[in-house]
Design a protein around this ligand. Structure first.
Ligand SMILES: Nc1ncnc2c1ncn2[C@@H]1O[C@H](COP(=O)(O)OP(=O)(O)OP(=O)(O)O)[C@@H](O)[C@H]1O
Ligand SMILES: [Mg+2]
Length: 455
């Protein structure tokens, strides 16, 4: 199981410590709260998967916390803890959605098992819920696609949305990073406030500071009036720092201070202002590489890299390519007053075999231009614009061209050798899965199915 977050809500320090020591070996993140207020604050700030909740707290009835969180989109799996055998309360807690209860004093083994089960339950609930939605809509929000790697993306978005933890989105150009930032905001409790997107790469360096923080009249030449910045407009909402990898290093220091303190100053003004902001950053470069090269401050990176969200390249999403293409065909045909209702089988084979270096945006452009320039009901292969030859996928290219493990003494998992060999064959056939499948003596759909499993 991946690393999860467990919140222990317990006012007795000694009981809290005992639970902490017993749960630490599970390897998850542990958060501690002594009061109901602290617990709710932590629940709002972090995606908590399991909550161990003492029902008797100094400031709140534990049941009130349960009543509150059960209304949230993805509440944590809660295990309530009661003193002696006040069973009727425990039963009420379960009726309010608690996963299980423990009666004090409880054995260490019982605690570990119950929490482990609660974590498994929360994972399962989230998977089922996301899957149900994805299957119903062939996607999630504005995202089209139901491939395994995208379902993972949707689950992360859903889980992260309810907290204020910073999200760091990576992915090649055109994979939907902006769409993901919008979804994170729209599904969050901040949805009623603004999401402000800042393209750190497109704003001139000397204007970026005043764009983020605002300025007062006369702060610099051209500052003819007071101007509010993104920080003020995003207050209570989300600030999306797009193309963060392009931000001037000097300004990164100011940004870091802003994130750490939650306070900022307009340019030319002595007074600090508070801001309650959820940060989402995105870059299509490798952020760790940017840190190594000194283009991104390491402390800023770690401050923002709380929930990593990686958008897979389109070529790794299998049949999603067709789901997206068909939806675009429908939309653009309607927009352009055309009659296109479907792609020909050859056109679809071409779309699915192509490497899509520009990802969904490129697919969008290809379908739009085909619709604009042609007429008919079926969009055929010859109507597609020329697709530039692509170098093989970066991930695949970094693997050895010849599969290892067929000589020497190293023994590799058969599944890995098979994967390497199939990827090798696809590369040799210039990314054409259908040709590769024929040469391998298997069907193309077998390759697609296997690709889903690899993601
Ligand atoms: N899964 C998807 N389904 C439908 N449309 C999508 C999907 N992913 C992206 N798009 C659309 O593709 C276009 C590009 O997406 P977006 O701008 O979010 O990409 P990006 O990762 O931010 O790209 P860049 O790195 O170039 O800024 C947008 O029009 C977006 O609506
Ligand atoms: Mg973008």
């Amino acid at each position: 199981m991946d690393k999860r977050t467990i919140l222990i809500v317990e006012d007795s320090r000694s009981v809290a410590m005992t639970c902490k020591l017993q749960l630490e070996p599970l390897g998850h993140s542990l958060l501690m709260a002594e009061t109901g207020r602290e617990a709710l604050a932590l629940l709002r700030a972090h995606p908590v998967d399991c909550m161990l909740l003492d029902l008797k707290l100094p400031d709140t009835d534990g049941l009130d916390i349960l009543r509150e969180v059960r209304r949230w989109p993805a509440p944590p799996s809660t295990v309530v803890v009661t003193a002696n055998a006040s069973l009727s309360v425990a039963i009420e807690a379960v009726r309010l959605g608690a996963f299980d209860y423990l009666v004090k004093p409880f054995a260490a083994a019982r605690l570990t098992t119950t929490v482990t089960n609660a974590l498994a339950n929360s994972e399962l609930k989230r998977e089922v819920e996301t899957f149900r939605r994805v299957v119903e809509h062939d996607g999630f929000g504005d995202f089209i696609g139901r491939s395994t790697p995208m379902q993972r993306v949707y689950r992360t978005i859903e889980a992260a949305a309810r907290s204020s933890a910073s999200v760091f989105i990576t992915g090649e150009s055109g994979t939907g990073k902006e769409l993901a930032a919008q979804a994170l905001h729209r599904l969050s409790p901040r949805a009623g406030k603004n999401i402000v997107a800042l393209n750190c790469g497109a704003i001139p360096r000397d204007l970026l500071e005043s764009t983020i923080f605002g300025h007062v009249k006369g702060a610099f030449t051209g500052a003819t009036s007071d101007q509010e910045g993104a920080a003020m407009r995003a207050n209570g909402g989300t600030l999306f720092l797009d193309e963060l990898g392009e931000m001037d290093i000097g300004l990164q220091t100011k940004l870091l201070r802003f994130i750490q303190t939650g306070q900022y100053e307009r340019v030319g003004e002595g007074r600090t202002r508070p801001a309650d902001i959820r940060f989402v950053a995105a870059t299509n470069r490798d952020p760790a590489e940017a840190v190594r090269q000194g283009r991104m401050r390491e402390d800023l990176f770690y401050r923002l890299y709380v929930v990593p969200l990686e958008l897979p390249p389109l070529r790794d999403r299998g049949e999603d390519i067709l789901l997206i293409a068909r939806r675009f065909l429908e939309t653009f045909s309607k927009q352009e007053g055309k009659a296109f209702a479907a792609f020909s089988a050859e056109a679809e084979a071409r779309l699915i075999a192509y490497g899509w270096p520009g990802n969904v945006r490129q697919l969008q452009n290809v379908v739009r231009s085909a619709v604009v320039l042609n007429d008919g009901v079926v969009l055929t292969e010859t109507m597609l614009p020329p697709l530039p030859a692509t170098p093989s996928a970066p991930a695949a290219a970094s693997r050895d061209a010849v599969p290892k493990g067929v000589d020497g003494t190293e023994i590799r998992r058969l599944a890995d050798v098979e994967r390497d060999y199939i990827e090798h064959a696809i590369r040799v056939c210039d990314g054409n899965i259908h040709v590769a499948a024929k040469k391998l003596g298997i069907s193309a759909s077998t390759i697609y199915r296997k690709k889903e499993g690899w993601a």
